[in-house]
Design a protein around this ligand. Structure first.
Ligand code: CAA
Length: 270
């Protein structure tokens, strides 16, 4: 089953807890917790998130993770103070995006529950997640141009794929803040909720996923992500292989048998 001590482990920059969902897998909640720095994402913090998500992947009881911040800030970007004195060689050698690459490869779904500022690296962390559920007053943006740099954690790529060239160019080149409703209409967000409900709504979404057979969920995630970096031809081939693969799982047998027998499936999670 994997080590479960990660849930109540002691972290410097995040809080981790678990919600038990009756009759299905659990949700892991990661709360970014640097209130004095608007939840700015330093290297250590990103390492902590990566290690929790890696452990959740190996935890048979975990179905889905949610990353949130405070009502005021999901995260106001990469930690500018950590980068302020670095030159090109230093920032290159620091490998500040190593944990981002780990998170990108996580198998189980991750939902961002965003309120307040999601700027720069904060917006990029939300986009690195599989879905974004936001509060009405959340503010997104890629303001790096105001610091003399550009997004460095995937912003130019993921925002462009999500909202299209016209909108992404304008958002990234002006560095302006964008409301949750505008981002929802542009296609970046899965859901926008009242400020006092966004986390509950993200947790409900996670719970719905926790009730599904985990291998099917993971391969569905992998297949959707494949659509971002391949041709339609090889994407369909990839999807088909995953579809065939799932026919060897216990849950495929149970899911189809339960349908035929007109009863609810009892997932075995294998
Ligand atoms: N890094 C480090 N510290 C930050 C921070 C950041 N990204 N954002 C805020 N803080 C700190 C502030 O320095 C301040 O600390 P002190 O009290 O020690 O001075 C504290 O958090 C509170 O912030 P403000 O006083 O600025 O709060 P505000 O309510 O007036 O403004 C804000 C809020 C609009 C979010 C403003 O803090 C802001 O513009 N932050 C920076 C946003 C930004 O430029 N993000 C991009 C970072 S670069 C990046 O992310 C690169 C990448 O792609 C990987």
């Amino acid at each position: 089953m994997g080590e479960r001590t990660y849930i109540n482990g002691s972290y410097k920059n995040i809080l981790v807890s678990e919600t038990e969902n009756a009759g299905c897998l659990n949700t892991i909640l990661i709360r970014i917790n640097r209130p004095d720095a608007m939840n700015a994402l330093n290297i250590e913090l990103m390492g902590e998130i990566a290690s929790v998500l890696t452990a959740a992947d190996k935890d048979d009881k975990a179905g889905c993770s949610v990353i949130t911040g405070s009502d005021k800030a999901f995260a106001a970007g990469a930690d500018i103070k950590e980068m302020a004195d670095a030159n090109s060689a230093e920032i290159y050698e620091r490998e500040m995006f190593a944990s981002w690459d780990v998170i990108r490869k996580v198998k189980k779904p991750v939902i961002a529950a965003v309120s307040g500022y999601a700027l720069g690296g904060g917006c990029e962390l939300a986009m690195l997640c599989d879905m974004i559920a936001a509060s009405e007053s959340a503010k997104f943006g890629q303001p790096e141009v105001n610091l003399g740099v550009i997004p460095g954690a995937g912003g130019t790529q993921r925002l462009t794929r999500a909202v299209g060239k016209a909108r992404a160019m304008e958002i990234i080149l002006t560095g302006r803040m964008v409301s949750a409703y505008e981002m929802f209409e542009a296609g970046l967000l899965t859901k926008v909720s009242p400020d006092d409900k966004y986390l509950d709504d993200a947790m409900s979404l996670a719970k719905a996923i926790c009730g599904k057979p985990t291998l099917a969920v993971q391969l569905a995630k992998e297949s959707v992500l494949k659509a971002f970096d391949t041709t339609i031809e090889s994407g369909i081939e990839f999807e088909r292989k995953n579809f065939y693969f799932l026919f060897s799982t216990e849950d495929k047998k149970e899911g189809m048998k339960a349908f035929v027998e007109k009863r609810k499936p009892e997932w075995k999670q294998r």
